[in-house]
Write a protein that binds this ligand. Structure first.
Ligand code: SF4
Length: 483
């Protein structure tokens, strides 16, 4: 989960979005349930806007859904509702200042955005928006849509088609004008968005798991570049006109961001992670005696650890406990504070690891802060050896599409060789899954994924002034083992 210190080491997802359209009812309650199911995608703020026809009424708050929206007081009944959970990657870390949905009136418009725009200030029409009127890229986007509606007399669908092709970057949007509900995926399809039904009610959500969580049936996922409009006359699908946009779905959704019970492009996230773990066992076994046990770093690496153990014929033991939640990462910004935060949140189980060689399986390695502490904790608990196996390639380049990895110089694999990594992490050996094997585990068309943070090959122009490739990137293979 994004906000926990144990996960402060991970790339952090920007947001989760949700929407409901149907016969007037208490759709805010359904959206709230969906946001709870998307809580792993953002814990810094949450909000819901309800459309009543010609008006939108919204509530926002800081923290988790339970903290931000403990009740739905003040939110009316209406045909449409839009919701958002946020982790701040763009603009401000003042959770409430950047809370979404962004809601503007005259004419009414609510927008929930997952992703990040690249150089938003260069978007057509952005120079006409007063600098004081927007702080985040999502606010600017809402202003641009509103201007298209108000000044050019366009309806919401036409405004989406007029504005969005001029933008660069990642956006999965749920939008409402108070009457209708719109779902949009950018032409590269960086971030996911699915549509479902529950009776005569339509549901939109970042992940399929949020649709099934409220008893809905998943209809399908939106295509890259698709605009889906839902209203009293039914649904209508259209495409943004962006020639030559190649599909570039985020590969890290399979590795870490999405829930294991979600499907992406029709494929199970659970199965992708299990296969990645199996491939890791094939590629980077830990031989010798006594035979090792497998320990997963809680919680997202559990499936990959199961795959590793199954393929290697090893036993998974619960060598690490994560007794509670809470303790936000933004309270532990510096490294020393993070070490202590991890020790408070994770507990080694000596009875499971003492006198044993341990294969520690994680899904990804970004800054390495948590891993260093975890390896030390396992040794202190009596582990004879700790061999780290990571079910994805080294994370070496920054993401410009809605994922926060901290400062570029903090990306551990970007500045250390494999041997240095093993020493730095206090592990006996370190190995990563190759990109080839990860793509195979994810399945589908290999050319349809964004792999920029792993390869440095960006599917769009990068922001002006983006830093150069990591210094050691040319000297390192994208996978390897160091003993
Ligand atoms: S750069 Fe990495 S985290 Fe960002 S969208 Fe691409 S694959 Fe996902």
């Amino acid at each position: 989960m994004n906000g926990d210190p144990v996960d402060a080491d991970k790339p952090r997802e920007a947001c989760g979005v949700a929407g409901v359209w149907g016969p007037a009812g208490h759709h805010a309650a359904v959206v709230r349930e969906m946001l709870v199911a998307l809580q792993h995608r953002g814990q810094e703020s949450a909000g819901i806007a309800v459309g009543t026809g010609d008006a939108l009424v919204a509530r926002h708050g800081a923290g988790t859904v339970a903290e931000a929206l403990p009740d739905l007081e003040g939110l009316p009944l209406g045909p449409v509702a839009v919701g958002h959970v946020r982790y701040a990657t763009h603009g401000t870390r003042d959770a409430l200042a950047g809370a979404q949905p962004v809601v503007l009136d005259r004419p009414p418009l609510a927008l929930a955005h997952n992703g990040t725009l690249v150089d938003p200030h260069t978007a057509p029409g952005a120079d006409a928006v007063e600098p004081g009127e927007w702080f985040t890229d999502s606010e600017l986007l809402t202003r641009l849509l509103l201007a298209a509606r108000a000044e050019k007399g366009l309806d919401t669908a036409a405004a989406l088609h007029a504005v969005l092709p001029g933008l660069k970057g990642a956006y999965a949007l749920v939008v409402s004008d108070g009457h209708r509900l719109y779902g949009v995926r950018d032409p590269h399809g960086f971030r996911p968005l699915a549509v479902g039904r529950r009776g005569d009610t339509w549901l939109l959500a970042s992940e399929t798991a949020a649709i099934t969580a409220v008893g809905g049936d998943v209809v399908r996922e939106l295509e890259p570049g698709e605009v889906l409009s839902i209203g009293p006359q039914g649904t209508a699908s259209s495409r943004l006109e962006v020639p030559d946009a190649k599909t570039a779905a985020c590969l890290f959704e399979y590795v870490y961001f999405a829930r294991a019970d979600s499907h992406l492009s029709g494929r199970s996230v659970y199965q992708a992670r299990f296969r990645a773990g199996q491939a890791l066992a094939d590629h980077a076994p830990v031989d010798g005696s006594p035979r090792p046990v497998v320990v997963a770093t809680p919680e997202t690496a559990r499936v990959a650890a199961d795959g590793y153990a199954e393929r290697a014929g090893l036993t998974v033991v619960q060598g690490l406990l994560r007794p509670g939640q809470g303790g936000r990462s933004f309270l532990a910004r510096d490294q020393e504070a993070r070490h202590h935060a991890v020790r408070r949140k994770l507990s080694p189980v000596p009875a499971a690891v003492a006198g044993r060689r341990v294969v520690l399986v994680d899904d990804s390695l970004v800054r390495g802060t948590t891993m260093r502490t975890v390896a030390r904790m396992l040794r202190d608990a009596g582990a004879l050896e700790v061999h780290l196996r990571v079910a994805s390639p080294p994370y070496r380049w920054p993401c410009f599409y809605g994922i926060d990895t901290g400062r570029p110089e903090e990306l551990l694999a970007a500045r250390l060789s494999m041997t240095e990594l093993a020493g730095q992490l206090d592990c006996d050996s370190v190995a990563f899954l190759s990109l080839d094997r990860l793509l195979e585990a994810a399945g589908g068309d290999r050319s349809g994924y964004c792999t920029a943070c792993l390869t440095g090959r960006y599917p769009t122009a990068t922001p002006a002034g983006a830093f150069p490739a990591p210094a050691c990137a040319t000297a390192l293979a994208s996978q390897g083992t160091a003993e």
